[in-house]
Ligand binder design. Structure first.
Ligand code: DGL
Length: 270
């Protein structure tokens, strides 16, 4: 019973860590499309084609259920995949909805009309493609009213992380937070809407200052996957082995993954 975890590169490892911790008996197959990262500067057709290729590879590993641990793919491609491409015996789930359910204090499957929620001023940090898709605001509008969202497209951050340049990534994060705070000086909550960003969480928190609730997508996705597998055990696929696949250079990607997660990770060619 293996589950697939997809990302454009290293960011989905933050989600993988959380799901593997919460579901220690489930094998996970990770697919990083490092050769084509970053996705955040690509158009929707391109993101759709690359994401479908990765998901097909994970199906071939016996993962009937694939988590898109990538907000950019979830925002720009998931709806089209679910509506036009995913067969009935497979599932592809994104990382957006668990986050928005947490922000709007909803349980899974609560489809009641939108209502007022506690947070009124939300800062969204995401890739340019995710911000342009407005998927976050759309999903939020189904569930909440009166929430002011200020979105900051964080150009360059994913690229710096993929290159292993932590100093550049930190400097970019600080400047993106400053830019957002000029437009929304006192956000109550911040969404790190890209799975690469938890790797820079300390820098985001320091730049945002105290009193801003930072939502951790990885933990929320892990909770929601556990719940999903409990409700739909038939989607735990036939795969038995955990592994890490990359379209990039396996040695280079393994070194960077090991550097960021501070534990040994070995990728093999996808
Ligand atoms: N981790 C991806 C996300 O959550 C990064 C996208 C990219 O490659 O730009 O959006």
């Amino acid at each position: 019973m293996a589950v697939g975890v997809f990302d454009s590169g290293l960011g989905g490892l933050t989600v993988l860590d959380a799901v593997a911790r919460d579901l220690p008996d489930v094998p996970f197959v990770y697919y990083g499309d490092n050769a084509h990262a970053p996705y955040g500067v690509r158009d929707a057709d391109d993101i759709f084609a690359l994401t479908c290729a990765g998901v097909e590879r994970l199906w071939a590993e016996g993962c009937d259920l694939v988590i898109l641990a990538c907000n950019t793919a979830s925002a720009a491609a998931l709806k089209r995949m679910q509506e036009t491409w995913v067969p009935a015996d497979k599932r592809v789930l994104g990382v957006f909805v668990p986050l928005i359910e947490a922000l709007t204090e909803r349980q899974w499957g609560d489809n009641s009309p939108p209502r007022e929620v506690a947070v009124k001023h939300v800062a969204l940090f995401a890739t340019p493609a995710t911000v342009a898709s407005r998927a976050f605001q759309r999903e939020l509008a189904f569930r909440a009213i009166g929430v002011d969202v200020e979105a900051q497209p964080c150009g360059g951050v994913v690229d710096a992380i993929e290159q292993g340049d932590e100093i550049l990534a930190e400097a970019l994060v600080r400047s993106h937070v400053e830019a957002l705070k000029r437009r929304m000086p006192h956000p109550e909550a911040a969404i790190l809407g890209c799975t690469h960003y938890p790797l820079m969480e300390a820098t985001f928190r320091a730049a945002l200052g105290p009193g801003v609730k930072v939502f951790s997508q990885a933990d929320l996705v892990a909770e929601s996957l556990k719940d999903y597998l409990h409700r739909r055990p038939e989607f735990a696929g036939a795969g038995r082995v955990s592994k890490f696949l990359t379209t990039g250079d396996p040695q280079r990607v393994s070194d960077k993954a090991t550097q960021f997660l501070r534990r040994q990770i070995r990728f093999e060619p996808a």
